[in-house]
Design a protein around this ligand. Structure first.
Ligand code: DC
Length: 216
């Protein structure tokens, strides 16, 4: 079974995908980590994030795999925590906008689903482009202010709220306005606003939808 979870940065997709996969006995696929991995290696090799050909070559050549906890390995070495650094976060939108980068990573994402026989996949285009026939599709939303507050708590940096919110809004804009596979809600996805829900309540909301549609 394939379940897709899409939504903007900081909407709680990663935690949710992990929790939901654990509850259903499925594995999960963090596709943002794949775009971050390509971006990290590009920066390490002084490749300009705007250089489509060089970024695409990397996306095709890198061997991306996952450890037992679902954390990305780049040619066998752990991508965490470097893929979450602010330098990578700032450069990942332009890298992920190159169609040839997307083609290479979408191919690997579909191959992972095939190899594992199903999964919970989270990203921006899982329900719209990568797995259009998924059994269940969800689209998470939350206001930029709430997403920035969550990120400030993670970073333990309450004073940076305005700056972090501005970064989130810029990334939303770049991810939603790019030509190839922009962030958007699939017509058949269930939209869930997480502003007032804690992670456990979000999982329960999704499980309720899944059970309801299984009953027909
Ligand atoms: O979910 P995240 O913040 O780790 O994603 C990092 C970036 O990767 C995000 O700014 C957009 C891009 N991305 C994408 O274009 N398509 C996906 N399926 C997942 C992420």
């Amino acid at each position: 079974m394939i379940i897709t979870i899409d939504g903007p940065a900081g909407s709680g997709k990663s935690t949710l995908a992990r929790n939901l996969a654990a509850r259903l006995g499925l594995s999960f696929l963090d596709t943002g980590a794949m775009y971050r991995a390509v971006t990290l290696v590009a920066l390490e090799h002084d490749i300009d994030p705007m250089d489509a050909d060089a970024c695409a070559r990397l996306a095709e050549q890198l061997e991306l795999s996952f450890d037992a906890q679902g954390r990305i390995l780049i040619d066998g070495r752990p991508g965490e925590p470097l893929i979450r650094s602010e330098t990578v976060t700032k450069a990942v939108s332009p890298v992920s906008a190159h169609p040839a980068v997307r083609r290479a990573l979408v191919r690997s994402q579909r191959a992972e689903a095939e190899r594992r026989g199903g999964l919970v996949a989270e990203g921006r285009d899982m329900g719209t482009v990568v797995f259009p026939n998924a059994a269940h599709k969800f689209f998470l939303t939350a206001s930029p202010r709430v997403r920035a507050q969550r990120r400030c708590r993670e970073l333990n940096a309450p004073a940076r709220l305005a700056e972090i919110q501005a970064d989130i809004e810029l990334r939303d804009h770049l991810d939603s306005s790019r030509k190839d596979s922009p962030l958007s809600c699939a017509a058949d996805a269930v939209r869930i606003d997480t502003d007032t829900l804690n992670p456990e309540q979000v999982v329960e909301a999704l499980l309720a939808h899944i059970r309801k549609s299984a009953r027909g």
